[in-house]
Design a protein around this ligand. Structure first.
Ligand code: ATR
Length: 296
């Protein structure tokens, strides 16, 4: 990496950001395209967030940044323009700075849908019945992406029922005619609703449960044995959560969150640099998978 007076700055803003893989992704892309950019972690505590965000667009060579927990929503009121997707998801994960103005985007929905398309090209999202575990920050981008791609039914299973309803109400504002139901999270949900299990085409965990080794498994998948339900966990570290291990043991197709992480980053990179990657996603995803897997 050669830094000089012309180097453009990119980064990831959050607190904490010590474990982020984003610099590793963008480093590789910057190198591949031989660009004069540097991508750095920007750990900013809550007390300093307002001052930081007000000042950052004054740096002429700051080209943009990603935003992670806990600022994806807080950043929005400081931006000059916000994309339609980011407004609907109510979260921004990518900011582009141009002429001291800040433009906000959300690339998570792109990352999510493309990760399924790339790994399971035969799985067409339209018309599918989806069971989503969780109703937190990550859930909204996933639900938005699924509804935009015309799934026929979304069942939200959440520990706190009222948080599920809140998410449903927010989604309903933009997807009035969509079939969205909320149920309280229950390990035996599929067993109780046994007769309808064959209708779940996709089960996706958007909660943080599974990050720790001794985390419990939120849903009994036993009755899916013999079905073709795709089980997706947004968690990528560990690469196989307890839920995915169970799903594999029952012969179900599985996917973790690593490709989504890479794909949302590729889209951010496209926004900052204008370099078109969409028709060569596989070409760029391969070396990134290899690099990140070594770091996990
Ligand atoms: P993020 O923004 O990273 O998605 P979050 O907003 O805190 O994180 O959401 C975490 C999700 O995990 C929520 O759906 C949460 O359920 P509640 O709405 O009941 O809080 C879910 N979650 C967290 N801990 C959980 C647990 N021990 N069991 C089941 N669900 C849990």
């Amino acid at each position: 990496m050669k830094v000089n007076g012309h180097t453009g700055i990119l980064g990831v803003l959050g607190c904490p950001v010590k474990h982020t893989l984003s610099p590793a992704i963008h480093d590789l892309l910057i190198e591949k395209f031989n660009l004069n950019f540097i991508y750095i972690p920007l750990e900013v505590s809550r007390n300093n967030f307002e001052k930081f965000i007000k000042g950052i667009s004054r740096i002429d060579n700051f080209a943009g940044f990603n935003i992670t927990v806990p600022y994806k929503n807080d950043v929005m009121k400081h931006l000059d323009e916000i994309s339609k997707e980011a407004k609907l998801i109510n979260a921004v994960n990518t900011v582009k700075i141009q002429n001291n103005k800040m433009y906000g985007y959300n690339t998570d929905d792109f990352g999510f849908i493309k990760s399924i398309e790339l790994n399971y090209p035969k799985f067409k999202t339209a018309g599918k019945k989806v069971l989503m575990l969780g109703a937190g920050g990550a859930s909204k981008a996933v639900a938005f992406a699924l509804l935009k791609n015309k799934i026929s039914k979304l069942i939200i299973l959440n520990r706190t029922y009222k948080n599920g309803i809140k998410l449903r109400n927010a989604l309903k504002m933009n997807f009035k005619h969509s079939d969205i139901i909320v149920e309280k999270l229950n390990f035996n949900y599929l067993n109780n609703a046994r007769g309808s299990t064959q209708f779940h085409d996709l089960i996706i965990n958007t909660t943080s449960i599974g990050l720790k080794k001794d985390d419990k498994i939120l849903l009994d998948l036993k009755y899916l044995k013999g079905h073709n339900t795709l089980v997706y966990d947004l968690i990528y570290n560990p690469t196989k959560t307890g839920l995915l291990k169970k799903a594999s043991a029952y012969g179900l197709p599985v996917l973790n969150g690593l490709d989504m992480l890479i794909l949302q980053a590729l889209k951010s990179f496209n926004i900052w640099t204008g370099i078109e990657l969409e028709n060569k996603l596989l070409k760029y995803i391969m070396p990134l998978r290899t690099k990140l897997r070594k770091m996990l």
